[in-house]
Design a protein around this ligand. Structure first.
Ligand code: FES
Ligand SMILES: [Fe+2]
Length: 395
């Protein structure tokens, strides 16, 4: 028999655990709750790049685990993060995505806070017998910066960011710190899929064939067996050595190799990426870096934020070229990201009503080529944290 009847379709595959993922991980509301409590409440999460809050009192608002937060560059030079919630009756303090606020004054009853989270003003405070400014500061969450990347965790008891990341970003330190970088592109999209379906597109090299641009610039640019992949403890994984691209293979991309200086430690045709558990990807194509963060906003809905970075203070012409390099692949009309969105939402369509039963992540190419090892490392860590087998997450 070639095609399968319903009972055969429903049966989980005869493969080792870890080689397939149940479709329920994308749709089950209890699993979604577990992810919120056991993953997103615990991990270090990429919030923004330091260039987004360069000056004192600059702030950047973001969302994690359904909560609005903001990172702010303090008067003392320290970047801190707070829940974007007024201590009085809970109004949202900052309603713009970014800005500069010497004093953060709530619009509702005008309670005020400073950049270190202290409450500095309560109108007509004499009317309160039992409210003291010292007791109504903002909720601060732990914030650490690594290679210019600002991470936060909602878990006051979490181990350090360095322990969480381990050596996964070591190969990115030159690129990210060799010269100051800044975000020149920010774009967000609400995806009609589970957050993991998006992150999978960044961990899965096997889908390169889907992208015309990658068929023509990447899959034949070097022998598959020379494309080394690597995974780290904690569910992180990416390229072990640099992959190559042959840009002359695609109309309009010729010259991409040498028309602007590459980032430190990269050649213009290098392709290097790392996926940080659970939901951030850092991807460089020699001259530019892209940072993706996907944040769940429901079992079947995710907020995707995409940043492009170039060299701070570079000549206008270099910036223009770097933006072009970024957007050719990763802009809203680029040849890469929009196609990935179609793929992620297409899988979600199948799993939404359990028409699809599982995904196969069984490719073994000895940590090279298009091995699924990065996906397996991710799901191994996911399973450990949520306490469920990704292949059979619901008993
Ligand atoms: S809710 Fe913010 S001052 Fe009242
Ligand atoms: Fe893709």
């Amino acid at each position: 028999m070639v095609a399968r009847d319903q009972s055969s379709w429903d049966k989980m595959p005869d493969m080792p655990a870890g080689h397939f993922v149940s479709g329920l991980v994308y749709t089950d509301p209890d699993i979604y709750r577990d992810e919120s409590n056991k993953v997103f409440s615990k991990v270090w999460h990429f919030a923004c790049h330091e260039s987004e809050v360069p000056d004192k009192f600059d702030y950047r608002v973001f969302v994690l685990n359904g909560q609005s937060l903001f990172a702010i560059h303090g008067e003392d030079g320290v970047i801190r993060t707070f829940l974007n919630v007024c201590s009085h009756r809970g109004a949202k303090l900052l309603d713009q995505p970014s800005g500069n606020a010497r004093s953060i004054t709530c619009f509702y009853h005008r309670w005020a806070y400073n950049s270190q989270g202290s409450c500095t003003g309560i109108p007509r405070a004499s009317g309160y017998d039992d409210v003291k400014k010292e007791a109504v500061g903002l909720r601060e969450v732990r914030t650490e910066c690594l290679h210019g990347l600002i991470f936060i965790t909602l878990d006051d008891g979490a181990s350090s960011l360095a322990q969480f990341i381990g050596p996964a970003l070591d190969r990115f330190s030159d690129m990210l710190t060799g010269q100051p970088l800044e975000v020149f592109h920010y774009n967000q999209a609400v995806l009609e899929c589970n957050w993991k379906a998006w992150h999978e597109t960044n961990m899965d090299l096997y889908h390169e064939f889907m992208h015309v641009v990658l068929r023509q610039t990447q899959v034949n640019a070097m022998p598959m067996e020379d494309r080394k992949l690597i995974v780290f403890d904690g569910g992180h994984g990416g390229s072990g050595g640099d992959l190559k691209a042959a840009y002359d293979g695609y109309d309009g991309f010729a010259g991409r190799g040498g028309d602007v200086p590459p980032l430190p430690g990269m050649s213009a045709t290098d392709f290097r990426f790392i996926n940080l558990f659970p939901s951030t990807a850092i991807i460089s194509r020699g001259t530019v870096v892209r940072i993706d963060t996907v944040t769940p906003i429901g079992p079947d809905k995710a907020l995707l934020e995409m940043r492009g970075l170039g060299v701070k203070g570079e000549p206008v012409e270099h910036r223009r070229i770097r933006q072009k390099h970024h957007n050719q692949y990763w802009g809203p009309f680029g040849r890469n990201v929009p196609e990935d969105m179609v793929a992620a939402e297409s899988c979600a369509d199948s799993f939404r009503n359990q028409a699809g039963r599982y995904q196969i992540i069984a490719r073994d190419e000895k940590m090279a080529g298009q091995d699924d090892a990065i996906l397996r490392a991710f799901y191994s860590e996911w399973g450990r944290r949520v306490g469920r087998d990704p292949g059979a997450p619901v008993k």
